[in-house]
Design a protein around this ligand. Structure first.
Ligand code: PBG
Length: 325
């Protein structure tokens, strides 16, 4: 009897053959590099839970940007870590705050880099929440005005994209309105539309000094169990004027990335967050995994799931590894 079956292995015989039929490619321009900028001079503080990540002062910023440029990375996401915090996060919308200074410095020396401003209040508030707090509650509408002011001050400093991450309802509408009123109608909004309340943000809160001083973020960030809710969030942000949608975290939410990609026609961004980075770094430090292969496989998975861009602390390593291949 003659056996009949498909010979899938024909297309896997050599490196070149595999390259011909590869469906997903990674490029250095897929990566957005997040950077933490602190006040003061000659600071390059290691973040202990994120080996290879540093909080840098402005005098170290150009060296970092030069490195990105040399590696072919086209965009950077800037997080400010101010010395002074208060109840209403004043430093977030101060025209000469740390993040505004960092943005204008990058644009002065590296005009071709796309500078994305993270727009939130939690690094700037003394209570560590992303909005105004009254009687233990995080207020929605009064926070919107502060977010719009923050976005406008970042646009004035030269930001190319505004990326609001605080998960108040209506934040894209408020920011779009604020930008348009101030002559920034050409500045796109990259919304953290689908942001889950996640244990994977732990190491970031060390890096950004943004741990909430009471309670948690569950009244504004999403429940990890929900999928339909992600579509509601994404759809309303599109209606409010978002130009990109971020899904965050990435690894445990690849199904959500695919849902957003299939249902909405804007670029989708995956945020490979701090806890995902820390886990891989820890395993690599123990010699338990092959870091390079594993990281590139993770990113291939995110792109295959539908991500057009990946925000990751691994940007530089990944770009370097792609060059070596
Ligand atoms: C600010 C913000 C957070 C992250 C990005 N922007 C922290 C949070 O919501 O608590 C997390 C990024 C990461 O973990 O890498 N709201």
């Amino acid at each position: 009897m003659e056996l009949k079956f498909a010979r899938h292995r024909r297309l896997r015989t050599t490196d070149s053959m595999r390259a011909l039929v590869r469906e997903t490619q990674l490029h250095p321009e897929d990566f957005v590099y997040p950077i933490f900028v602190v006040e003061g001079e000659d600071k390059r503080n290691a973040v202990s839970s994120m080996p290879g990540v540093f909080q840098v002062s402005l005098d170290h910023l150009n060296a970092e940007m030069q490195e990105l440029k040399d590696l072919g990375i086209k965009s950077v996401m800037v997080f400010g870590v101010p010395d002074h915090k208060d109840a209403v996060g004043s430093e977030a919308y101060h025209d000469h705050g740390i993040v505004q200074k960092a943005i204008s410095q990058i644009k002065e020396f590296f005009p071709e880099l796309v500078v994305i401003a993270d727009t939130c209040l939690c690094q700037y508030t003394d209570h560590g929440h992303c909005g105004i707090v009254e009687n233990g509650k995080i207020l929605n509408d009064p926070t919107l005005d502060l977010l719009a002011r923050t976005a406008v001050s970042q646009a004035k400093a030269g930001a190319d994209i505004i990326a609001p991450s605080n998960m108040m309802d209506g934040f894209v509408a408020a920011i779009r309105h604020g930008l348009d009123e101030n002559g920034f109608e050409d500045i796109p909004v990259m919304s953290y539309a689908v942001k889950y309340s996640s244990a994977f943000y732990g190491p970031f809160r060390e890096a950004a000094h943004s741990t909430p001083q009471f309670g948690d973020r569950k009244t504004y960030q999403m429940d990890p169990a929900n999928r339909l809710e992600a579509m509601r969030e994404a759809e309303s942000d599109i209606q409010e004027g978002a130009d990109f949608l971020i899904v965050k975290p990435a690894l445990s939410y690849l199904d959500i990335i695919r849902d957003v990609k299939n249902n909405l026609n804007v670029p989708v961004v995956a945020y490979n967050v701090s806890g995902e980075y820390a886990m891989v770094k820890a395993a690599a430090a123990n010699g338990w995994i092959d870091e390079k292969s594993l990281v590139l496989e993770m990113f291939t998975g995110m792109k295959r799931a539908g991500a057009d861009l990946i925000i990751t602390y691994y940007s530089k390593d990944a770009a370097r590894w792609l060059k070596e291949q």
